[in-house]
Design a protein around this ligand. Structure first.
Ligand code: NAP
Ligand code: ZN
Ligand code: ZN
Length: 346
C-alpha cells in the first residue's frame, strides 16, 4: 500500500512530502494507521548525517503510536482497533545470543532500525514513522495501554524506554540520589521516571528558564551546569547520573559528582568525542557506561509503568507541514518537551 510520509533526500535538504510503498501485510505482520509520531533529536542527527553518512531518501521517526488496521493470520497479540506502538527497531535476526536473551537492540546482525536502515534481508530500506502507516512484524509491536493519550505515549517509545532502561538496569530505587543532565525529550522522561521510582532527582541544566518545569516534572533540585560552583557544591552526591545531552560537554566534571562506586550512564550522543581522564574514574571506583534504547520487553514495561503512574510525555502537537520549523526549534533548545506530529496531517 502507498502511505503518505515526509522525507529528506540529503543532509542539507529539508523534509518534504513523500510517498512510501509499504509491504503487503504478511502472516506475522501488523498494519498500523498512525495517530502520533514523536520527533527525537536522533531523527535530526541522522537526517543531517551527523553520525556518519546516512541513507536517503530518509523518512525519520521511531516514536510511533496508532491503531491496528490489519493483522496477518499468525498474529496473536493484536486485533484490528488495538492501540499499538513501534519504537526504534522493526526486526532483528532472533537467533543470535543477544536476541535469544531478549536484547534485540544488541542483535549481532544489527537490528533492522525503524529508519535509516534495512530489513533483515539487508536490501530493503526501512522508512520510519513520519508517515500515515507502517507495517511491522508482531514481535516489534507493543501494546499501548488505552489509558494513555496516544500523543503523550508516542515519545515513550524512544525517549521513555531509553531512560527507563538504564534506571532499571542500574537499580534506581527509593531514596537514591539521581541526577539527570539536560531537560529535553529524554531528560524530561528521565526526571518523571526516576521520581516515580522514588529517587530524589536533581536536574542539571544549561537553561535557567527550565527550573519551574523541572520541579513540576518531579525534580527535587535544579542546578545550572553553566555555574562552576554547582560542581563544587554537588561533588560526590549522586548514586546515578543519566546524561541526555546532545552536544559535546566535559564528562569529567559530571563524573566528579558521583559517590564512590556511583555510575554515570551516557544516553545522549554528541556528534564529537569528549576526552575522559583516567583519574575521573579511578577516584572512587566510578563507572562510566552507555545505554542504547531498550529491548522489546522494557519497551512494553515502560508503557505499562507510565499507564500505572498516569503520565506520558509533555508534548507540543504539530502539523506535518511544520516539521522543519520544529527541527530548528529543537536545535535551539526550544521544545517543551517533545514535538509530536499529528499523523492526520501527513
Ligand atoms: P533534546 O530534546 O534536544 O534535548 C537535549 C538537551 O540537551 C537539551 O534540552 C538541553 O537541556 C541539553 N543541551 C543541548 N545542547 C547543549 C549544550 N551545548 N550543552 C549542554 N547541554 C545541552 O534531545 P533528545 O531527543 O532528548 O535527545 C538527547 C540525545 O539523546 C540526542 O543526542 C539523541 O540522539 C540521543 N538519544 C540516544 C538514545 C540512545 O539509545 N542512547 C536514544 C534516543 C536519543 P538543558 O536546556 O536542560 O541544558
Ligand atoms: Zn529516538
Ligand atoms: Zn540477533
Amino acid at each position: 500500500m502507498r502511505a503518505r510520509a515526509y522525507a529528506t533526500t540529503a543532509a542539507d535538504q529539508p523534509l518534504a512530502p513523500f510517498t512510501v510503498e509499504r509491504r503487503e501485510v504478511g502472516p506475522a505482520d501488523v498494519l498500523i494507521e498512525l495517530i502520533a509520531s514523536g520527533i527525537c533529536h536522533s531523527d535530526l542527527h541522522q537526517a543531517r548525517s551527523e553520525w556518519g553518512p546516512a541513507k536517503y531518501p530518509m523518512v525519520p521517526g521511531h516514536e510511533i503510536v496508532g491503531r491496528v488496521a490489519a493483522v496477518g493470520a499468525q498474529v496473536t497479540r493484536f486485533k484490528v482497533g488495538d492501540l499499538a506502538g513501534v519504537g526504534c527497531m522493526v526486526d532483528s535476526c532472533r537467533a543470535c545470543r543477544p536476541c535469544a536473551q531478549g536484547d534485540e537492540q544488541f542483535c549481532e546482525q544489527t537490528p533492522a532500525w525503524t529508519y535509516n536502515g534495512t530489513e533483515m534481508d539487508r536490501k530493503t530500506p526501512t522508512f520510519g514513522g513520519y508517515s500515515t502507516h507502517v507495517v511491522v512484524t508482531e514481535h516489534f509491536v507493543v501494546k499501548v495501554p488505552e489509558g494513555l493519550d496516544p500523543f503523550a505515549a508516542a515519545p515513550v517509545l524512544c525517549a521513555g524506554v531509553t531512560t527507563f532502561s538504564p534506571l532499571r538496569e542500574w537499580g534506581c530505587k527509593q531514596g537514591d540520589q539521581v541526577a539527570v543532565v539536560g531537560l529535553g525529550g529524554l531528560g524530561h522522561m528521565a526526571v518523571k521516571l526516576a521520581a516515580a521510582m522514588g529517587a530524589e532527582v536533581t536536574l542539571l541544566s544549561t537553561s535557567p528558564g527550565k527550573q519551574a518545569d523541572a520541579t513540576r516534572l518531579g525534580a527535587a533540585n535544579f542546578e545550572l551546569s553553566t555555574d562552576r560552583t554547582t560542581f563544587k557544591k554537588l561533588a560526590r552526591r549522586f548514586d546515578l547520573i543519566i546524561d541526555t545531552v546532545s552536544a559535546a560537554h566535559d564528562y569529567n566534571a559530571y563524573l566528579n559528582l558521583l559517590r564512590p562506586r556511583g555510575a554515570m550512564v551516557v544516553v545522549g550522543v554528541p556528534p564529537t568525542p569528549s576526552p575522559v581522564s583516567a583519574f575521573s574514574l579511578i577516584a572512587g571506583n566510578r563507572r562510566l557506561a552507555g545505554s542504547s534504547i531498550g529491548n522489546m520487553r522494557q519497551t512494553q514495561e515502560v508503557l505499562d509503568f507510565c499507564a500505572q503512574h498516569r503520565f506520558g510525555a509533555d508534548v507540543e502537537v504539530i502539523k506535518a507541514a511544520d516539521v522543519n520549523d520544529a527541527w530548528e526549534r529543537m536545535v535551539k533548545n526550544d521544545v517543551k518537551y517533545r514535538f509530536v506530529i499529528d499523523a492526520k496531517t501527513f
